[in-house]
Design a protein around this ligand. Structure first.
Ligand code: FES
Ligand code: FES
Length: 189
């Protein structure tokens, strides 16, 4: 089986994976990152979206072995020391979810959008999230949440010495040395 070394939510893993294993199944079943749901398994819904090196990918369309050497951020890596990421807080405060199934992918895709466009219009937010489907909300509050999160992230970025910028959660800033774990989940020395 192929061997991969991958950083997920700031923790480095050395693992063996089946060559055909999808990244989303590796995250959920091998690492227990069940915050990333599987909606369709056919690259349509966006529920499984994660950041790979800061860019959004649908993890049901990426093989785990393709993540070798890369940095993955899931929704579980957005908060820091119990503090919600501004994107998470904005979704909460704007009631931008109902069942919540689409929410992890929506937030991750929105962070990728804000990385390129920190001050998007509502139309640009809708266009940026066109690969992510929601069956419940009608999208209005999702757009509001992304707009609010964008404003908070812009204010943070303007503050002296601020970190992080949009799309780069604090756990994966380059100057942080991640802990290392083995395939069994134990910390490596
Ligand atoms: S589960 Fe990946 S796009 Fe739907
Ligand atoms: S909140 Fe239910 S799918 Fe979006």
């Amino acid at each position: 089986m192929p061997h991969i070394r991958v950083t997920v939510d700031g923790v480095s893993y050395d693992d063996q994976v089946e060559a055909r294993r999808l990244l989303v199944h590796y995250l959920r079943e091998q690492l227990g990152k069940v915050g990333t749901p599987v909606g369709c398994d056919t690259t349509n819904c966006g529920a499984c979206t994660v950041l790979m090196d800061g860019r959004s990918v649908k993890s049901c369309s990426v093989l785990a072995c393709q993540a070798d050497g890369h940095d993955i951020t899931t929704v579980e890596g957005l908060s820091s020391d119990g503090d919600l990421h501004p994107m998470q807080r904005a979704f909460h405060e704007n009631h931008a979810l109902q069942c919540g199934y689409c929410t992890p992918g929506m937030m991750i895709a929105a962070l990728d959008l804000l990385r390129d466009n920190p001050d998007p219009s509502d139309d640009e937010i809708r266009e940026g999230l066109e690969g992510n489907m929601c069956r419940c909300t009608g999208y209005v509050n999702i757009v509001r949440a992304v707009r609010d999160a964008a404003a908070v992230l812009r204010a943070q970025a303007a503050a002296p010495g601020s970190e992080p910028r949009a799309g780069v959660p604090p756990q994966v800033t380059p100057d942080q040395e991640p802990a290392r774990q083995t395939a069994s989940g134990g910390a490596a020395s």
